[in-house]
Write a protein that binds this ligand. Structure first.
Ligand SMILES: *Cc1c(COP(=O)(O)O)cnc(C)c1O
Length: 402
């Protein structure tokens, strides 16, 4: 039986799969069973920032792997300390809480927000989020843990959540005044919500509103972080100062790692027993995080900005050539959304034809092609992408004209 069939029979159907069986990854390419190469503009959904089997990553795997893989939180974990120091130093100061994934990072900030509310006698409670935002899929697993010590401080069943349209500052202000929430959590570029970058003006207004109303300003940089948008974190481009930054996806160099950076005035909120997990922070993931950070700062941030300019220029040309099929692209750096103007079926056809040409692109919100290229992508690979994309859109145009 082939792998696609076995996969369908063995794994719960929680994802729609592209019909690919991957054997190997090298640089910007994934390689399937038949040895076919695919230019990877999905990068495991923004995880493989430095591409596949990067030599520096392999070296760290070997070095840390031969020391220890796991020691638990009972001892000092040097790679974790080093990574936390660097993350805080480069962002908002304070301290880091590590988890294993994005959803776990969100769980952590929910508990932190609750603690903050409690400290203020619940004069403010709940969280404001943006419509079409994405912050993870877990339910708050702690609600199921029947040990008083674990849940007694977090009766979150009544955690109010308010939503507001992106860019609607007045709507947000009304909620802050009328509902008295404790925090605003937002992605600087909505990812699976359709690659919607928030304007810098809006982010500055949100930041100011949060300060004025004494509300925590939390940035979900799980997808946008680690250089994805051209700076280490996307909020930096808007010149704002969040209270909490969530990270995951790209930080572990391909291995699971997530967490939050908590600004100095909030670090007292977690005490022993308030939160934790056995696996995080994985020393191996943290060592890889340090390697990714080094690579970004030793030049990758810079070259990826050049590559993203090249890509965006190419996409603008393609859009001008096919204005009936494609709307203007949006996004920042290596996080780009290409809104198609046809049906979801047409968008799926474009994706399918791209795969047949050996290029992997993601689809989100039905009709938006999402590009998440590796930051190590070369100039030739960007050209290759533009050339295949152009020829697929030519096909679509011909179909539309018959
Ligand atoms: C992917 C993502 C998450 C969830 O991360 P997981 O590791 O899949 O749990 C949360 N927020 C944003 C913005 C994401 O892109």
């Amino acid at each position: 039986m082939d792998w696609l069939k076995r996969d369908e029979q063995a794994l719960m159907r929680t994802y729609r799969r592209l019909p690919l069986v991957i054997n190997e990854g090298k640089g910007s390419f994934l390689i399937d069973e038949e040895g076919r190469h695919y230019l990877d503009f999905i990068t495991g959904l923004a995880v493989n920032v430095v591409g596949h089997s990067h030599p520096a990553i392999l070296k760290t795997l070997q070095a840390q792997g031969s020391k220890f893989l796991h020691i638990s939180n009972l001892y000092v974990n040097k790679p974790a300390v080093e990574l936390a120091e660097k993350l805080a130093e480069r962002t908002i100061g304070g301290k880091v809480f590590f988890a294993n994934s994005g959803a776990e990072a969100t769980e952590a900030v929910i508990k932190l927000i609750h603690k903050w509310s409690k400290q203020h006698n619940f004069s403010r409670k709940g969280v404001v989020v943006l419509k079409r935002s994405f912050h993870g899929r877990t339910l708050g697993a702690m609600k199921l843990t029947r040990q008083e010590g674990v849940y007694q401080d977090f009766p979150l069943h009544d955690l109010p959540v308010y939503e507001v349209e992106p860019e609607d500052a007045k709507g947000l202000e009304d909620i802050l005044v009328q509902k008295k929430p404790a925090a605003v959590v937002m992605e600087p570029v909505l990812g699976s919500g359709g690659v919607v970058p928030l304007s810098h003006e809006y982010m500055q207004t949100v930041s100011q509103l949060c300060a004025d109303h004494h509300v925590l300003f939390c940035m979900d940089e799980i997808q946008t972080g680690m250089g994805r948008t051209g700076t280490l974190f996307a909020y930096m481009q808007a010149d704002v100062q969040p209270d909490v930054i969530l990270f995951a996806k790209g930080i572990g160099g391909g291995l699971p790692l997530g967490g939050m950076i908590v600004s100095p005035h909030l670090t007292h909120l977690f005490a022993p027993g308030d939160h934790g997990t056995t696996f995080a922070p994985s020393p191996l993931s943290c060592a890889l995080g340090l390697t990714v950070l080094d690579l970004l700062e030793e030049g990758l941030l810079h070259t990826s900005r050049l590559r993203s300019e090249q890509l965006q220029k190419g996409l603008a040309d393609v859009q001008a050539q096919f204005p009936d099929i494609l709307d203007h692209f949006r996004g920042r750096g290596m996080m780009i959304g290409l809104p198609t103007k046809g049906t979801p079926k047409q968008a799926a056809f474009i994706q399918q034809r791209m795969i047949e040409k050996g290029v992997l692109v993601d689809l989100t919100q039905g009709t938006i092609i999402r590009l998440l290229p590796p930051l190590v992508v070369t100039s030739e690979e960007v050209d290759l992408f533009i050339s295949h994309f152009t020829s697929v859109l030519q096909e679509v145009e011909q179909e539309l004209n018959v």
